[in-house]
Design a protein around this ligand. Structure first.
Ligand code: IMP
Ligand code: ZN
Length: 364
């Protein structure tokens, strides 16, 4: 666990060996993990080194994703040092360097393979006496991009090929739509997701993500309704910042999503809809603390859902910049205050069971 830092690492370090064994052996689902935010730094370093050696002039690509080697290297340095975010907007500036490194089918496949391994494989059984992966089941999400090396369909097929090396009981893919995208692109991505699902590929859901202050949420409703009709699960990043208005939150809830990402700033009206419709909340504790959308664990909105026995799924969001792991996020539940919430093992087990119940994918 040496690659974790911050609040989750502190919680993890406060646990004894029996508690760690308990968390490791607990069956649990990771339902909110963004592919490009979860790539091991060692893989990005490899990709950066290859890019530097194969190009004296910026990989010869005129792709909109091609940025200078200096910017890529400084992005990696930032991630290596550990990023300090003053506000959530700073978070989105980390991605151009990562995207420059995952802009070819080969690099994307390698990155996806490494992310799947991180979550689903036992890292090194000879070093790890407890042979448990981070999670029993992973629903990985990603936003299909197009550039000079691939179109969105190729992007998704590359990721799916890797996801499908695991059985359906272990991994599924959620296709993300970025809030900044225009309607034409949204339509294209929705139709790709539906087409791939129809072909029997492992697409299980549709997500809305990206800069929470961008985009017009008034126009997306028909697309998410169509996704639901096609049998895709729907999850929406919602009410992530104070700038997200109650009107926008109500609009997004009218899409009738199955799950919600973050749902940090709900008012009485929207909380009551969420509770009544039993929409599962994907809770990302470190992400919220480090992006400073929630000041402390004590004030985190998880408490209201725990009290109500409402479905939640503890998730990691982006383990690369947040330097966490799913196990360490569960440590935040079990660790005693001030390191964690101090839940009992039975309570943590109940929470883990909730994550498995909220999967979009099948458990065949
Ligand atoms: P990708 O979809 O695999 O490229 O993963 C990275 C992308 O996920 C980022 O560029 C954001 O659009 C999105 N993302 C990651 N974390 C968050 C979050 O906490 N809120 C909203 N969007 C996010
Ligand atoms: Zn997210």
């Amino acid at each position: 666990m040496s690659d974790i830092a911050g609040p989750a690492a502190a919680a993890f370090s406060s646990l004894d060996a029996a508690q760690i064994q308990f968390l490791q052996s607990l069956p649990k689902a990771e339902l909110h993990a963004h592919l490009n935010g979860s790539i091991p730094i060692s893989v990005l370093q490899e990709l950066a080194a290859e890019r530097a050696s194969s190009s004296s002039s910026s990989s010869g690509s005129s792709s909109s994703e091609s940025i200078s080697d200096e910017l890529v290297l400084s992005g990696i340095q930032k991630l290596l040092k550990g990023v300090t975010l003053d506000k959530i907007d700073d978070f989105f500036t980390l991605f151009p360097a990562i995207y420059a490194l995952t802009s070819t089918p080969d690099a994307l496949r390698r990155a996806t393979r490494a992310v799947l391994r991180t979550f689903l494989d036992v890292s090194d059984p000879s070093l790890n006496p407890n042979p448990y992966p981070q999670c029993s089941y992973l629903e990985l999400r990603t936003t299909p991009r197009q550039n000079t090396h691939m179109d969105r369909e190729i992007y998704l097929r590359c990721v799916l090929e890797e996801v499908e090396t695991y059985p359906p009981s272990r991994a599924g893919l959620i296709v993300s739509i970025d809030r900044k995208m225009g309607e034409e692109t949204v339509k294209e991505i929705l139709h790709l997701a539906m087409k791939l699902k129809k072909e029997g590929r492992r697409v299980v859901g549709l997500d809305l993500c990206g800069d929470p202050t961008a985009g017009d949420m008034g126009v997306l409703e028909p697309y998410f309704l169509e996704a639901k009709k096609a049998g895709l699960g729907v999850t929406l990043h919602i009410a992530e910042t104070t700038q997200n208005t109650p009107e926008e939150t109500l609009k997004l809830l009218s899409y009738n999503p199955d799950r919600l990402g973050h749902a940090t700033f709900l008012n009485e009206e929207t909380i009551s809809i969420v509770l009544q419709k039993k929409m599962c909340i994907e809770i990302c504790l470190s992400s919220n603390l480090l992006c400073k959308t929630v000041p402390t664990l004590e004030s985190h909105h998880i408490h209201q859902y725990l009290k109500a026995g409402h479905p939640i799924a503890i998730s990691s969001d982006d383990i690369l910049p947040f330097r966490t792991s799913l196990l360490a996020e569960y440590a935040l539940l079990l660790a005693k205050p001030p390191y964690g919430l101090g839940l009992t093992e039975d309570q943590v087990r109940t929470v883990a069971e909730m994550s498995l119940k909220a999967r979009f994918g099948s458990s065949e």
